[in-house]
Design a protein. Structure first.
Length: 402
């Protein structure tokens, strides 16, 4: 059933196999339910003929966590979600949920539910019957299934719309109905495939808050596929960045944003510039580099292996940590900083609170500086102007080649 719940363990009387009833999913007066839905993927692969969509990924998602699988189209994130749901077979590897290997189980036996990007509500049924549909298919009596559906509608703040038809609802309201329908099956893991992509930006922000509220109240695991960096950072406890069927980095939103491991992650997650450089030397835990724009750079080495002198590396620097000065106006201060390059302004984009200023130099394209809107407009930098960009060592870090 597209757009609805694909989970099970329910008996024909409407109770779950473990004795729980779907309407018991709501938080108790004492607080949320115990956390459940620990998910572990062990060397999981998915092949379509000669094409490998997911390549031996291993991942642990804690019970009751909110995990976002983030990456561009074709990176394997949706295939991973569908394997967890049971809508795609696993070519190799194991899928473990709450200590049980469920890789060979049908969707209805996994304790998972999936909400699709296309909500696919039944146009001829009102909201209550749309939510109750899975219980109807299991033979639950009309009064009982509608009562349980109304409990779910209240949970997603849609009880006032119980008798409306899908055509009478906004996109955000339709999403809540689809969400209630998935939650009715009492899953341990809720799987969401780009659930916010069809909503306008204002509603998307509101629904982010609603999803986070529900996840915290219910204490179940949410696994959410998205290509939106902002969405993943706002929602997740764990961000998993995927590329070409591999997991490139997994960690807290702050960790992934502040310390992207590779050039791909730094560029995809946003807010960072990737600068190619040559190793000039090392000393006292610092690495000294040279690079584009007559650049001179000093970065902390941290726990990384020391690169070889004369070798090529790349590093990331946050665009909001860069200071700009003009060669004819106080640039001497910039020349004293351990990280600096000279570049030419090639375009400014006004974004409300910030201005996104693009710089270019030989060997370096689209170096972006994020400036406070008031600061920029107090002394605008025109296209073609030469500027000195500088930053503190801790605003940048070395990247892995892959």
């Amino acid at each position: 059933m597209a757009g609805g719940a694909m989970a099970g363990g329910a008996k024909t009387d409407g109770t779950m196999a473990d004795g729980a009833t779907p309407n018991k999913l709501t938080a108790t007066p004492e607080g949320p339910r115990s956390k459940r839905g620990a998910v572990e993927l062990v060397s999981v692969s998915k092949r379509y003929g000669n094409t490998t969509a997911v390549d031996a990924i291993t991942l642990k998602i804690p019970a009751g966590g909110y995990c976002c699988l983030l990456g561009p189209s074709g990176c394997g994130k949706s295939s991973t979600l569908r394997m967890i749901a049971g809508h795609e077979s696993i070519s190799d590897g194991d899928l473990i949920v709450d200590g049980q290997n469920i890789g060979d189980q049908p969707p209805a036996k996994r304790g998972t539910a999936m909400m699709f990007q296309d909500y696919a509500l039944f146009p001829h049924l009102d909201c209550t019957d749309n939510v109750a549909f899975s219980l109807r298919m299991r033979g639950v009596g009309k009064a009982e299934r509608r009562a349980k559906a109304r409990d779910m509608l209240a949970l997603v703040h849609m009880d006032a719309y119980a008798q409306r038809m899908p055509a009478q609802l906004s996109g955000g309201q339709q999403q809540r109905i689809a969400l209630a329908r998935a939650l009715l099956t009492n899953p341990h893991v809720l799987l969401l495939d780009e659930p916010l992509s069809a909503l306008d930006p204002f509603l998307r922000v509101k629904m982010r808050a609603e999803l986070r509220r529900l996840q915290r109240e219910l204490g179940i695991t949410f696994i959410h596929v998205t290509h939106s960096q902002e969405e993943a950072l706002a929602l997740a406890d764990m961000v998993v960045v995927m590329e070409d069927g591999h997991i490139r980095q997994a960690g807290s939103p702050r960790e992934v944003f502040n310390h992207p491991r590779t050039p791909f992650i730094a560029q995809f997650i946003g807010g960072h510039n990737v600068v190619p450089a040559k190793v000039e030397g090392l000393d006292a835990g610092m690495v000294h580099l040279s690079g584009p724009g007559a650049g001179q750079f000093t970065l902390p080495l941290g726990s990384r292996p020391a690169p070889k002198a004369g070798g090529s590396v790349s590093f990331a620097v946050r665009g909001d940590r860069v200071t700009l000065t003009r060669p004819d106006a106080g640039s001497a201060a910039g020349l004293l900083t351990p990280n600096r390059l000279t570049a030419r302004a090639v375009g400014a984009e006004y974004n409300g609170q910030t201005v996104r200023l693009s710089l270019a130099a030989e060997g370096l394209e689209d170096f972006v500086v994020l400036m406070d809107e008031a600061t920029f407009h107090a002394d605008p930098i025109e296209d073609g102007a030469t500027v000195l960009a500088s930053w503190a060592p801790e605003a940048s870090h070395l990247l892995d080649d892959r």
